[in-house]
Design a protein around this ligand. Structure first.
Ligand code: PHB
Length: 364
């Protein structure tokens, strides 16, 4: 039997070879100084070009958007040049690639911020969460995040401009699409959740107001390219990064409908807290499909067995695989041929070089 995951899928005018996508995966190996991707990343991603679509590890859209050590940016000329190498290698290997546009908001630490300033968020609320900074010898060290300062209303236009410019940069760098990261307790999600957003301006209060920054960021991204080149990632109910997303399902519905009206490339649904988060119900999936007729990409602990019935029912259109892609550069081929998978080495997920990155074997 051949799997539905093996079928080609068209997004806008781009034909993707299959429905097995590579999920965005933070690896913290960008070259220093400057958080620049380069030939190490080009090798890693080109090895994985058998995915229908590779979604890059999250890339900060400004120095302020950074929340972990050695994550790559998409704001400087050097970074754009570095990503050019990566996309050229992926295209030469027959793949397609989207750039995930990231602003971490409060999931950061002043040592990662320009001039050691406090990270920004919707509101200046204390919360308990950790992030990763660089130790004395380049090793990852976990530290408590700072209590952020609230963005002023008059800072929002400049923030939105960074989504516009990052999209232009991603085009320039040779990506096929961008994905606006509006999930996982990062900045846009911090605005969506009533618990982290206690603003009294047009970006806080009602659900519509809390959704406003996410939609404005997407609109600025679309303005820099085309709706069919802009995907959006959401994680309704996700509690990752200390978020309490109480009306996440309602917010998910509202955003899905607003994004459908914009004709975006795809809606990427991270079924969050890949370690043990709430399962999305069949009822929610049906409601989401009714509001979003376009391409829905699902992610979060998927297997072929979980994906196929959802594809057959028309509730999702593709699946992004994360951790299995770390350990299996030829994951699409392996899943479609029921081959065994390499086990991952989690101690090598973050930081370092080739080891645990480009040294996982493909099948002969
Ligand atoms: C992480 O670095 O752990 C991370 C980054 C981005 C995500 C999720 C997790 O969306």
């Amino acid at each position: 039997m051949s799997y539905r995951l093996s079928q080609a899928i068209k997004i806008g005018d781009i034909e993707l070879a299959n429905r097995i996508f590579m999920a965005p995966l933070t690896r913290m190996r960008a070259y220093q100084p400057g958080d620049v991707p380069g030939d190490l990343q080009a090798r890693y991603y080109a090895q994985r070009a058998g995915a229908g679509l590779i979604i890059s590890e999250a890339a900060q859209i400004s120095p302020q958007g950074k929340g972990y050590m050695a994550t790559p940016g998409i704001y400087s000329a050097e970074q754009v040049q570095g990503w050019r190498q990566v996309t050229a290698a992926v295209h030469a290997a027959g793949g397609h690639m989207a750039c995930q546009l990231w602003h971490v908001g409060r999931v950061s630490h002043h040592s990662l911020q320009p001039q050691q300033q406090l990270p920004v968020s919707a509101s200046a609320l204390p919360y308990t969460n950790k992030t990763t900074v660089m130790g004395e010898h380049g090793e990852p060290v976990r530290v408590a995040c700072d209590t952020p300062r609230a963005l002023r209303t008059d800072e929002i236009p400049a923030l939105l401009e960074t989504y516009h410019q990052a999209t232009l940069n991603a085009r320039e760098a040779g990506f096929d699409m961008v994905e606006v990261h509006a999930a996982h307790g990062y900045l846009l999600h911090q605005f969506q959740s009533a618990t982290s957003n206690q603003r009294d301006d047009a970006y806080g209060g009602s659900l519509e107001n809390r959704a406003r920054l996410t939609l404005a960021a997407v609109d600025r991204s679309i303005a820099a390219w085309h709706p069919s080149r802009v995907g959006v990632r959401l994680s309704p109910l996700g509690t990752f990064n200390g978020l309490d997303d109480r009306d996440g399902l309602e917010m998910g519905y509202y955003l899905a409908q607003a994004l459908a009206e914009r004709g975006i490339a795809y809606l990427h649904l991270s079924e969050p807290d890949w370690a043990g988060g709430p399962q999305l119900s069949e009822e929610f999936r049906v409601g989401l499909r009714a509001r979003f007729p376009g391409v829905i990409v699902a992610a979060g602990n998927y297997t072929v067995a979980k994906a196929e019935p959802l594809l057959a029912a028309g509730l999702i259109d593709a699946v992004a695989f994360g951790r299995p892609y770390i350990a299996n550069p030829d994951l699409a081929h392996r899943l479609l041929s029921d081959a065994a998978l390499n086990p991952p080495r989690p101690e090598l997920f973050y930081g370092g070089g080739e080891e645990g990155y480009t040294d996982y074997p493909a099948l002969a």
